[in-house]
Design a protein around this ligand. Structure first.
Ligand code: ADP
Ligand code: ASP
Ligand code: MG
Length: 424
């Protein structure tokens, strides 16, 4: 007997038939004698609809920009998961399984105060463990917890993955299964590149980079938690027949295991390609080339919660003036330009230019640590397709390249092929 946390994403619980199908997956593990806790997302499209309602609702218009109260945003958007946890508990009860739904506040899952993007601080797993010991299946609403103000706080988009891994750590589960609409983690998004291959295993560090650089199959924070707490996490499909042979295999379930790099015997140089759309580039021209100028630019941007990513500073030709270029999410451009305008005197630049609709494609692999020439291969392959590179950043295990939006799919396919990742 083992303890398993099973998480089902939005498409897996999109309607009553799919919820019934999810209940069959749960029943399989219960019948095998395991203790089970389930984490559910909202039905697919529901969270977008709720977010849309909040954005469309009348708001107080402040001095600077229209704002809504993030606590009320959370009150609205957390409701999607409440519906699915109740419906799944009902579907399980109909199969004679002792099941009960739980909201984040009932456990409680304690978070910090960052409404809309809260981090889990602590989970009291004792009640869940006790109930599981009595043979009850806990069906827990993902994406939500309880802030220090005793109000519902949500964990950021895709946050149910994080709920699941955090609960698995809290109840010391033997395994956390993330069920979704693909049957594992692929070398790149299989919806963009049909040649993508499913990975049997992927190292925590690589999955962390893949998720941070745009592969939305897992929320970044869930991978961090899995790595820190050594949660054995599998990504697998909810669309396969729950009772097909091998589905209940405890040690080797179908899907992708996220694990320590030592567990991966045949490590490739490049493991995967990720991409992030809606990047924008901002350039400050003829900037004073003196100490403190970067702090003057990026300090105020950080204070305004603008996430700056790639930064390129040109070498000054005359020793006094230079150019600085960096990227931000497209949605933050207007805010960034405003902040830069307010600080123009202090920073000391001539003009600011911006371009939206860019894409960042990234090549990821732990094997890069010990191989030279990986970046050169990417640059040549992109050049051969006539794709212009606007900015580059690298780390030990990744290369990120900024390009024009319309070339995104071509670039991802090109990089996927040039490292030999295409399936035969
Ligand atoms: P869920 O609703 O189950 O949480 P998501 O839509 O958040 O599902 O994540 C699953 C999706 O992630 C897939 O449908 C796929 O298009 C996308 N995806 C992006 N990159 C990858 C990858 N490398 N491997 C698998 N899926 C990926
Ligand atoms: N329902 C939330 C979202 O759409 C959380 C999740 O699905 O993980 O972002
Ligand atoms: Mg998701």
């Amino acid at each position: 007997m083992a303890r398993i946390v099973m998480k089902f994403g939005g498409t897996s619980v999109a309607d009553l038939d799919r919820i019934k199908n999810v209940a069959r997956h749960v029943k399989r593990e219960v019948d095998a004698g395991h203790e089970v806790a389930v984490v559910v997302s909202a039905m697919s499209g529901k969270t977008n609809e709720l977010v849309g309602w909040v954005q469309g609702a009348p708001k107080v218009v402040g001095a600077n920009s229209p704002f809504y109260d993030a606590r009320e945003y959370d009150a609205v958007v957390a409701s999607g998961e409440q519906v699915t946890s109740g419906l799944l508990a009902i579907a399980l009860q109909a199969m004679d399984i002792n099941a009960r739904s739980w909201q984040g506040w009932q456990i409680p899952i304690r978070t910090d105060n960052a409404h809309g993007a809260a981090r889990i601080l602590e989970i009291d797993g004792s009640d869940i463990i006790k109930r599981m010991g009595e043979g009850q299946v806990a069906v827990i609403s993902g994406f939500q917890g309880l802030g220090p103000d005793n109000r519902i706080a949500t964990l950021g988009r895709g946050g149910s993955d994080t709920s699941a891994v955090a609960i698995a750590a809290a109840v010391k589960a033997d395994r956390c299964d993330i069920y979704t609409d693909v049957d594992g983690v692929y070398t790149t998004d299989p919806r963009i590149v049909p040649q993508a291959r499913r990975l049997k295993k992927i190292a925590f560090e690589e999955m962390l980079e893949m998720a941070s650089l745009g592969a939305k199959v897992l929320q970044v924070r869930s991978v961090e938690l899995a790595m820190v707490h050594k949660v054995r996490t599998f990504v697998r499909s909810s669309f396969e027949d729950p009772d097909a042979p091998g589905m209940g295999d405890f040690l080797n379930p179908p899907g992708t295991l996220i694990c320590d790099e030592d567990e991966i015997v045949e490590q490739e140089v490049v493991t995967g390609i990720a991409y992030a759309k809606d990047e924008a580039q901002i350039s400050l021209r003829r900037l004073a080339d003196r100490p403190g100028v970067s702090a003057a630019i990026f300090g105020p941007l950080a204070e305004s919660h603008i996430n700056v990513d790639m930064i390129v500073q040109n070498i000054s030709e005359d020793g006094s003036k230079t150019d600085m270029t960096f990227t931000v999410p497209s949605g933050d451009v207007d805010k960034a330009i405003k902040v830069l305008g307010e600080n123009k005197e202090k920073i000391g630049y001539d003009v600011v230019q911006n371009e939206s609709g860019l894409v960042k494609v990234s090549v990821i692999g732990i094997g890069m640590r010990s191989h030279a020439g990986v970046a050169a291969t990417a640059f040549k392959a992109l050049a051969d397709k006539g794709i212009n590179i606007k900015a580059i950043t690298t780390s030990e295990i990744k290369i990120s390249i900024l390009i024009d939006g319309p070339y995104a799919e071509l670039a991802v396919r090109t990089l996927h092929s040039c490292y030999g990742l295409d399936k035969n």
